[in-house]
Design a protein around this ligand. Structure first.
Ligand SMILES: Nc1ncnc2c1ncn2[C@@H]1O[C@H](COP(=O)(O)OP(=O)(O)O)[C@@H](O)[C@H]1O
Ligand SMILES: [Mg+2]
Length: 319
């Protein structure tokens, strides 16, 4: 995990100390830890920026975080330049990059860099993780006892592993869905803090999300069918998006692209699966209803779910 992330974790760890008596000392220690970590990060960022000159000039703090997160991509020649920030969100920022010689199939690529606080921002992460094995940096299931223990007790190391697991879920899901012919960006590489994937848009403009645009009725009908087809591909590959809405569907050249998969859940294993799936369907339907379509969202969710043979009730059991 990158240094800035460790720095946030350290700050959090020290926030458990509650005694008034200690508070001043803790604050001072925190301040000095913070200064120390910042200065380490900025020194490293300066070193990195000697070798890599990116067109995009971020603010000082963002730049240090970005350089630290992208140095592996640049060193491996997966990217050769960062051109601009596409969007900065609560959980990740996405940048438009020029691809490097090692990614010859695309000229422009998108890099999604996760925020260190990403884990904490994922509200109710237990709901998504129920029954879900954790993945390592190579996309394989974590079986090492020490690592499993660290994740259970949420030590700093454990949280690092969990952070990696969310990213690995996003990447491996994109790989699987892309192979299956779903409308998702082609994934190219992942690191411990970022994903490199196909960029949707062109040099002048990135694709808007569906919620940013209105559709003609006929187009709405065909795009709705397309989203449903994608939901079915996901189900047939044992996946539910888990955070699907018009905010996570891109629109470009009259086509849609589903994005943002770190929280995917399995319809077979997660006991909240049907609830999570229905929420995805309802949110998507809401958008298309606003575009003038008449849809029975409940029936759409039930039909998709039942057509794949899943039971349409909550699966009982422990977390
Ligand atoms: N492959 C991509 N091509 C173009 N824009 C993208 C791509 N992936 C993400 N974006 C943009 O970045 C934003 C944030 O990405 P997303 O994966 O949804 O992360 P977050 O967890 O921050 O919502 C999206 O709303 C979209 O505007
Ligand atoms: Mg999103």
């Amino acid at each position: 995990m990158n240094q800035l992330s460790e720095f946030f974790e350290e700050l959090d760890d020290s926030s458990d100390e509650t005694s008034r008596h200690d508070r001043k000392r803790v604050t001072q220690r925190r301040e000095s830890q913070k200064r120390e970590m910042e200065s380490k990060l900025f020194t490293r960022a300066q070193e990195i920026s000697r070798d890599f000159h990116f067109t995009y000039k971020a603010a000082r703090f963002e730049e240090a975080w970005l350089l630290d997160s992208l140095v592996e991509f640049a060193e491996n020649e997966w990217i050769s330049d960062v051109l601009r920030k596409v969007k900065g969100g609560k959980e990740a920022s996405v940048y438009l990059c020029k691809s490097g010689p090692e990614i010859p199939s695309a000229e422009w690529v998108a890099v999604k860099v996760y925020r260190p606080q990403m884990l904490r921002n994922l509200r109710n992460d237990a709901m998504y993780r129920a029954g879900r094995a954790d993945l390592n940096g190579a996309g394989g299931v974590v079986t090492d006892k020490r690592q499993l223990r660290a994740m259970r007790s949420k030590t700093e190391y454990g949280r690092e592993l969990l952070h990696q697991s969310w990213i690995a879920y996003e990447f491996t899901t994109l790989e699987m869905l892309h192979k299956a012919g779903a409308d998702v960006p082609e994934p190219y590489r992942m690191s411990n803090n970022a994903i490199l994937m196909e960029f949707v848009g062109d040099l002048g403009m990135s694709a808007p999300t569906l919620n940013e645009i209105s559709l003609e009725r006929l187009e709405a009908v065909s795009l709705f069918e397309r989203v449903m087809r994608n939901l079915d591909i996901l189900l047939s590959h044992d996946r539910i998006h888990g955070d699907l809405s018009a905010y996570n569907i891109l629109y470009w050249n009259r086509e849609i692209t589903l994005i943002d998969f770190p929280q995917v859940v399995s319809p077979r294993i997660n006991r909240n699966a049907f609830r999570i799936f229905s929420r995805d369907v309802f949110r998507v339907c809401d958008y298309f209803i606003k575009q003038g379509m008449k849809i029975n969202s409940e029936k759409v969710a039930d039909d998709l779910w039942n057509s794949r043979g899943f039971p349409s009730f909550e699966i009982e059991g422990p977390d």
